[in-house]
Design a binder for this molecule. Structure first.
Ligand code: FAD
Length: 418
């Protein structure tokens, strides 16, 4: 305790989720020295348990026109996708109002343009990161199948699909028979689907983290297991990262601590609307069925995918703060919804998991150097899209940190936009 770690590193990356891992990797590839700190094993936060969708066409924010009308039914229907714990409600109001203000047509189109910038190249970038590791198979080409029980609701001119198509997405509506051929394990209740083509899925998101950390290590990145307690400007210039095992200094810090990032900034006078949006998954090791693509049950907002260790069903947006325990009711709902979606699913031996999405009210992360804190950079707030946006985020952060000219408009991701 109280040690000052003397090794000099150019950059400290805090948080070894996929955002921190990809950032550390891309920074190290420029020849800059990096230390990567996490209190847990790398890749075990939200980055471990997500639904595995990697989609250039996930360019539609969470806050959409008319969402305010849907909130009561999402909240109060049995097994609905949204849950707000009463004690958290007052804290959530300012964030919720900002979220709703982002739901106008104009804002949605602007946000979508920004999301496109972070999404377009990620399948290729993941493949580049994994090339030569022996784990290239962890990214598999896929459709994203949006399945509907009511065929009339599967409309390609819905705003979200219209935006994707207008930006070059290859989308197709199929009927019940074609859907059954494509995904025989889906319930017969589904009458139609919108296929979003040109996507990929991760077969083990947590393992991708582990593999990329090993690659980062081979490039000289030092991995440190420690709980970060405080960030402070160092008296000799640069930054000091105070942890439970001592202080680590570096010229620059990149904060990638996911949903926990905002708490580390408050002592510096930086206040950001970052919300802990908790999600759940069930993973069935012996599902007795196989899915060929990532599939969303659009009515219930649930995503299912066959992965390396079994079939994973993920979903739920629960607002209960950072520290509430796993909510068994949400697990039970997910179990019921999974069976409705996939009637032949063998539900013995399910592993349960809860993770926390770092969510900003405009669905966009912060990728920036804090204006009044030179050398302190942010890469967090990727909400529902952090698996897919991680490699491009890493590239952008590497360019920012190494002061490489960037020919992109990064203003939608600025730290002072709120
Ligand atoms: C149910 C669910 C389904 C999802 N599905 C998808 C999907 O299909 N596709 C997609 O792109 N995204 C999806 N997401 C979102 C995605 O998982 C997240 O956006 C992404 O993982 C965020 O990555 P991160 O690195 O910012 O955070 P995390 O993976 O949470 O990493 C943050 C890290 O910081 C560390 N940390 C925090 N505080 C400290 C501290 N004080 N000291 C040391 N270490 C600290 C934590 O231990 C953790 O390892 C899903 C999320 C959920 C919950």
């Amino acid at each position: 305790m109280g040690n000052n770690h003397k090794d000099e590193y150019d950059v400290t990356v805090i948080g070894a989720g996929l955002i921190g891992i990809c950032s550390a990797l891309s920074i190290a590839e420029t020849g800059t020295s990096v230390q990567l700190i996490d209190r847990d094993d790398p890749g075990q936060g939200a980055s471990y348990g997500n639904a595995g969708v990697i989609s250039p066409w996930s360019i539609v924010p969470q806050s959409m026109p008319g969402i305010w009308k849907q909130i009561p039914s999402m909240l109060f229907s049995i097994n609905g996708p949204l849950s707000i714990k009463p004690w958290h409600f007052p804290k959530l109001i300012p964030w919720g109002l900002r979220f709703l203000r982002n739901s106008t047509h104009e804002k949605v189109r602007k946000t979508s343009n920004a999301m496109e910038l972070l999404n377009q190249s990620n399948i290729e970038l993941y493949r580049q990161h994994l090339a030569g590791t022996g784990h290239e198979h962890l990214i598999r080409d896929s459709f994203y199948v949006h399945a509907f029980r009511n065929s009339r609701k599967a409309k390609l001119d819905n705003l979200g699909y219209e935006i994707r198509t207008s930006k070059g997405g290859n989308l197709e509506k199929i009927g019940q028979q074609e859907l059954r051929k494509l995904e025989p394990a889906l319930s017969k209740e589904f009458q139609a689907a919108i296929l979003i083509k040109g996507q990929a899925r991760a077969l083990a998101p947590g393992k991708i983290g582990t593999v990329l950390v090993a690659k980062a290590k081979s490039l000289g990145v030092k991995i440190i297991k420690a709980n970060v307690e405080k960030l402070a400007p160092d008296i000799k210039g640069g930054w000091s990262t105070k942890t439970n095992i001592g202080n680590f200094t570096s010229r620059k810090i990149v904060l990638c601590a996911g949903a926990w990032s905002a708490n580390l900034l408050k002592p510096l006078g930086i206040h950001l609307p970052l919300e802990a949006e908790r999600g759940y998954h069930l993973e069935y090791n012996n599902p007795c069925i196989e899915l060929n693509n990532s599939i969303m049950d659009v009515d219930k907002m649930l995503v299912a995918s066959s992965m390396e260790d079994g079939l994973r069903v993920a979903g739920t947006a629960e607002f209960a703060g950072l520290d509430a325990p796993l909510n068994k009711k949400r697990i039970n709902s997910l179990k019921k919804l999974a069976k409705d979606m996939l009637p032949e699913l063998n539900q013995d031996d399910a592993k349960t998991w809860m993770g926390i999405r770092p969510s900003m009210p405009d669905s966009l992360p912060i990728l920036d150097e804090f204006p009044h804190h030179k050398g302190l950079f942010a890469a967090f707030g990727h909400s529902h899209y952090g698996l897919m946006m991680a490699p491009k985020t890493g590239q952008i952060i590497a360019d920012l940190v190494t002061e490489k000219p960037i020919n992109l408009d990064l203003s939608p991701f600025s730290a002072d936009r709120f």
